[in-house]
Design a protein around this ligand. Structure first.
Ligand code: NAD
Ligand code: IPM
Ligand code: MN
Length: 333
């Protein structure tokens, strides 16, 4: 088993170090091969995403990514994470958000956001004229079909009960209307109850009635925004993991960015990175190891182990050490 590890910038390397320690404890034979990406990579070697890194991901069983910083006002820049999603056809962005322990976070929620990951508002197709910019927003039937099918299959196999299509078809009648129509076509016969909701209403619902939301399937930008909202409600950006899944490749990453405001100070919460590693283990059919990692993490938090963002005073490394100790204790049982 070979894994591409791409730490990136800012807190990326700090939280990925924690995930690597957990992986080494759980699966010692796993080979972790480092690759370069991001802003610091650019200052070292003149490119944000070397071809060699793409080849590394293609040649390994899965990739674990930290976060990268976006350069300000660089003409023609396209985020490497978007390039990787597109080039590796990682069409499903799976973002489960759940409180790490009772009482952690602003509200209790347990929601899985399934985000279309290849088109929508993210085409990068902006054309400039004398007075402004026009965006080519793409919603294709094929992309709608595969993301809706993915959400249905994932919801059903995870034993979920409700699937909600989130869109803005009252305004974007043809594009989001197509997404909603395809959703109902692919939902036929599901044992989950299936419905749809406008994205603005869904954003409010998540705050006032989070228990009404179970699995959400949505278009690219809505999924981006709703996943930060869900993370913030469940305790902050440090707790939300994600998986970018395609038919041939998969890349796992925390939902958060490089957090330059706290980088280099050993205060970032590595939970999102640890949970992303657990999603990767599950994807690689190591269910027991994934469960062990989730339990050790949740156990650490339930026992009062908290980083600063959750009101505690543990550093990134100290918190990660407690999780790894929890893994060792479980193994000794
Ligand atoms: P961010 O997610 O980096 O940070 C937002 C806020 O959440 C900050 O206050 C930060 O301190 C806090 N935070 C984030 N992760 C945390 C963690 N693990 N523990 C504790 N607190 C945490 O978003 P931003 O500030 O808007 O963006 C910073 C940079 O990251 C930008 O250059 C942006 O483009 C980039 N970005 C990258 C990715 C990615 O690589 N996948 C995702 C989002 C943003
Ligand atoms: C995310 C990030 C990315 C996105 C950025 C960094 C391009 O915000 O993964 O949520 O918008 O998808
Ligand atoms: Mn985002």
């Amino acid at each position: 088993m070979r894994i591409a590890v791409l730490p990136g910038d800012g807190i990326g390397p700090e939280v990925i170090r924690a995930a690597e320690a957990a992986l080494r404890e759980l699966v010692p034979e796993m080979e972790l091969v480092h690759g370069d990406v991001g802003l610091e990579c650019h200052s070292r070697r003149g490119e944000y995403l070397p071809e060699e890194t793409i080849d590394l991901i293609k040649g390994t069983d899965a990739a674990l990514f930290g976060a990268i910083s976006t350069p300000l006002r660089t003409e023609g820049y396209r985020s490497p994470i978007l390039t990787m999603r597109k080039e590796l056809d990682l069409y499903a962005n799976l973002r489960p958000v759940k409180n790490l322990a009772p009482g952690v976070g602003l509200v209790d929620l347990d929601v899985i956001i399934v985000r279309e990951n290849t088109e929508g508002m993210y085409t990068g197709d902006e054309s400039v004229d004398a007075d402004g910019v026009t965006l080519g927003r793409r919603v294709s039937r094929r992309a709608c079909e595969r993301i809706c099918r993915f959400a249905r299959e994932h919801g059903e196999s995870s034993g979920r009960s409700r699937l909600t299509c989130v869109h803005k078809a009252n305004v974007l009648r043809r594009s989001d209307g197509l997404f909603r129509d395809v959703f109902y076509d692919t939902a036929t016969g599901s044992h989950m109850s299936c419905g749809d909701m406008l994205v603005d209403a869904a954003a409010a619902e998540m705050v006032v009635r989070p228990e009404a939301l179970d699995v959400i399937v949505t278009l690219n930008l809505y999924g981006d925004i709703l996943s930060d909202e869900a993370a913030a409600l469940a305790g902050g950006l440090g707790v939300a993991p994600s998986a970018n899944i395609g038919d041939r490749h998969a890349l796992f990453e925390p939902v958060h960015g490089s957090a330059p405001d706290i980088a280099g100070r050993n205060v970032a919460n590595p939970s999102a990175a640890l949970l992303s590693a657990a999603m990767m283990l599950e994807h690689l059919d190591m269910e027991d190891e994934a469960d062990a990692l989730r339990s050790a993490l949740r156990g650490t938090v339930a026992a009062g182990g908290r980083t600063r963002d959750l009101g505690g005073n543990l550093g990134t490394e100290e918190f990660a050490s407690l999780v790894v100790e929890g893994l060792r204790r479980r193994r000794a049982l």
